[in-house]
Design a binder for this molecule. Structure first.
Ligand SMILES: [Zn+2]
Length: 334
């Protein structure tokens, strides 16, 4: 057989198999609710700004809207407290507050009658200020320099000769920055900028949402939740700072949209990025639930202030469906 035809048939077979496995789950009714995580929905031709292409996002929403009842986190919390969670519920969440959540995601969500919860980093809303991760991405994207000396903690020189090596250095250094105390980030980014050269050509004004867009999203049924003011890793700042980050951002959003803000997503959200004290403060300032980035599906045994979520940038719908189904089965089997 012609190898090209063979390859095509093989990929069709694999895709169909994944798709059927994904579909088989819909017939069983599982006592669990997946929460999916999205960030920026847009187009990018490099790895320094991870985005999900709009076509992939639309395919996923079309698939999900046929098979699940798409609800907000607030609705899920009300359902949980009443003891009745509609079968096949699923929550879409969007972290950080990217402008394309308004320009690209909202029209797609509307098309399929879908809603979800958007978590805002309030310092970046309507201010033209980017997240530090985006500044870091821009420095790496723009630079023509081929190495960087890391002088914080254990010194190390990173060098690259091709784009794969550059991406690897970018990812490694990004993770190193996340291990440093929050108050060193500005100093570290300044040092990196000095070595790599500035990314002054970037126009950050169109990167994040403004408050008018937030209000339109809210009026369209999208729940607005908190994601702190400045996106710090909460376990690396003082309790007093945690309190301020959680309450200031919550108060600001409530003031701007004139509605209660009850859902939170911890920045970065891994098991090391929040603790019991942070959960207690979140509850004290008036949140009713908080999302992590720990992989999993919400079940009756989930803690309301440590909700697991699922995140994937998988472009194939059949594999996406299979991943979702696999995680739901895992949750069902306990
Ligand atoms: Zn975030």
């Amino acid at each position: 057989m012609n190898p090209l035809i063979y390859y095509h048939l093989k990929s069709v077979f694999i895709d169909s198999w994944f798709f059927l496995r994904g579909n088989s789950l819909e017939k069983s009714q599982l006592p669990c609710v997946p929460i999916l995580t999205y960030h920026s929905i847009g187009c990018s031709d490099n790895s320094f700004f991870p985005v999900l292409p709009p076509t992939v996002f639309e395919e996923q929403i079309r698939y999900l809207s046929k098979r699940f009842r798409l609800i907000t986190l607030q609705t899920l919390m009300s359902a949980l407290s009443s003891g009745v969670v509609p079968k096949e519920s699923l929550v879409l969440t969007f972290d950080d507050g990217y402008k394309d959540n308004f320009t690209v995601a909202l029209p797609i969500l509307k098309q399929y009658g879908a809603v979800g919860t958007l978590f805002l980093t309030t310092n970046c809303i309507g201010t033209g200020l980017p997240l530090w991760t985006d500044v870091f991405g821009a420095l790496f994207q723009e630079t023509t320099v081929k190495s960087l000396y890391w002088r914080f903690g254990k010194p190390e020189t990173f060098s690259w000769t091709c784009s794969q090596e550059k991406i690897l250095a970018f990812k490694t250094i990004k993770n190193l920055i996340k291990t440093l105390p929050e108050d060193r980030k500005i100093e570290v980014l300044a040092d990196i900028e000095e070595q790599l050269g500035s990314a002054s050509s970037f126009n950050w004004s169109q990167r994040m949402l403004d408050w008018d867009e937030v209000r339109i999203l809210h009026e369209a049924g999208i729940e607005i939740g908190g994601h702190t003011s400045s996106h710090p890793i909460l376990s690396r700042i003082s309790e007093e700072q945690v309190y301020r980050e959680l309450s200031d951002s919550k108060n600001l959003i409530e003031n701007k949209i004139q509605a209660p803000v009850t859902s939170l997503a911890y920045p970065n959200g891994t098991i090391n990025d929040y603790n019991e004290e942070i959960q207690r403060i979140a509850e004290e300032v008036g949140y009713r639930s908080a999302c992590t980035t720990i992989d999993g599906v919400v079940t009756s045994s989930s803690s309301l202030f440590a909700l697991p979520r699922l995140y994937t940038t998988e472009p194939s719908l059949s594999r996406f469906a299979w991943l979702l189904s696999r995680n739901m089965k895992k949750a069902f089997q306990g």
